[in-house]
Design a protein around this ligand. Structure first.
Ligand code: FAD
Length: 369
């Protein structure tokens, strides 16, 4: 029997924004979530009073005032500014590449001096038609920056030599010739005070939500109960992998509670050397300027994705583009199933982008009704 206007599969940002907006527009919604908690990958869990980003560090940033106002309806944001550090051979550098980095690297303090070194290296070592990621990166930023900041980190991230990675992975590498360590250049930035989970709880207030429910394990039964579906799970899984499996890069997180107040003095430290197996250490308390007595850190280990692992980064290559297109063509033919979010669209979305995309879907659905 039909009980709902919309069944929303997944309680990540995409599903939660859709549920909120569709409910406010007068539709009856049910959210089902296969994990034992809401929030999808932005989920934070309070451990010893520290809000831990369980699926990787999440820093909210946007240039869009409407999106900023939207999230501020559901959470108060702090003034956190992402200023990561990079460790290479026991030396710390500021990121993103800016005058602090160039001073630490070459001892130069004037923008013109830094520019001169970079331009000279590009001229000397750059390539007219870069054939791989290494050649591309050197052609954009010169040899020193490539070798210290890009090579080891990127090879760990992708599990392959930079010589075997396509040039298009890196389109541009912004260089900043001011002493500005703010990673993002967006106007608005911060972390919801108390973590992302209360923000999602606020979005879903008054809406029926069922966790520990996998839509795909009883698809037919769910379809019978609803007029429409907003599906935010994996696209290939919805179609029972009939054309093949879409690939991802995944991550292992190694968490540690440490009985000291401050472990690394910053939320994000990147480990740039190839021989260190993890890419970053996150110290969660610094996202919220915590002063708890102990601390909690997470080491991130990139890995090949296998069925059963969490899907993190879609693979942007020909094989997966062709495959995802086959599934997307099928999805377009659906009349009452709407696909959205990072998994169902097989694309990388930042949080502000996924919210914008959900709002735009709801607008379309409300107009069509
Ligand atoms: P998800 O959050 O994945 O939500 C989908 C939900 O659907 C999940 O809860 C899943 O369990 C559920 N689901 C799937 N299949 C089923 C099923 N069959 N039945 C029921 N439920 C199902 N963005 C930023 O703006 N800033 C950052 O700093 C940032 N850091 C990131 C770090 C990492 C490591 C990663 C991977 C991403 C990061 N992002 C960041 C991006 C951000 O995570 C995404 O934009 C956002 O989480 C996407 O939301 P979503 O709803 O599309 O997907």
């Amino acid at each position: 029997m039909i009980q709902y206007d919309y069944l929303i599969v997944g309680s990540g940002l995409f599903g939660s924004v859709c549920a909120r907006e569709l409910t406010d527009a007068g539709f009856k919604c049910l959210v089902i979530e296969k994990r034992n908690h809401i929030g999808g990958n932005v989920y934070t869990e309070s451990i010893e009073g520290i809000n831990v980003h369980k699926y990787g560090a999440h820093i909210f940033h946007t240039d869009d005032k409407n999106i900023w106002n939207y999230v501020n309806k559901y959470a108060e944001f702090n003034r956190y500014t992402n200023s990561p550090l990079g460790l290479h051979k026991n030396k710390l550098y500021n990121l993103p590449f800016n005058m602090n980095t160039f001073y630490q690297l070459w001892g130069v303090s004037k923008p013109s001096e830094a520019r001169e070194i970079i331009e000279k290296q590009i001229k000397e070592f750059g390539f007219k038609n870069p054939k791989n990621l290494e050649e591309q990166a050197i052609s954009l930023v010169g040899k020193d920056i490539y070798e210290i900041f890009i090579k080891g980190y990127t090879e760990k991230q992708w599990g392959r030599s930079a010589l075997d990675l396509p040039a298009f992975i890196i389109k541009r590498l912004p260089l900043r010739f001011t002493y500005d360590n703010n990673y993002f250049s967006d106007k608005y930035q911060g972390i919801p005070i108390g973590g992302y989970t209360p923000m999602i709880e606020n979005m879903l207030k008054g809406i029926e939500v069922k966790t520990n429910v996998d839509f795909l394990s009883d698809k037919k039964q769910w379809i019978k109960q609803t007029k429409n579906i907003v599906y935010t799970g994996a696209l290939d899984a919805f179609y029972n992998y009939q054309f093949g499996v879409l690939e991802y890069r995944s991550l292992d997180f190694n968490n540690e509670s440490i009985n000291i107040e401050n472990y690394q003095g910053n939320a994000v430290v990147n480990y740039l050397d190839k021989n260190v197996p993890y890419t970053r250490i996150i110290e969660h308390k610094h996202f919220e300027f915590g002063n708890q007595k102990s601390t909690y850190i997470t080491k991130e280990y990139p890995k090949e994705w296998q069925m059963g692992d969490e899907r993190y980064y879609p693979i942007n290559d020909d094989k997966n583009s062709v495959l995802s297109k086959l599934y997307k063509d099928l999805a377009l033919k659906e009349k009452s199933v709407f696909f959205g979010g990072r998994l169902a669209e097989y694309r990388y979305y930042d949080m502000h982008q996924v919210i914008a995309s959900a709002l735009s879907l709801v607008k379309k659905l409300s107009n069509d009704d």
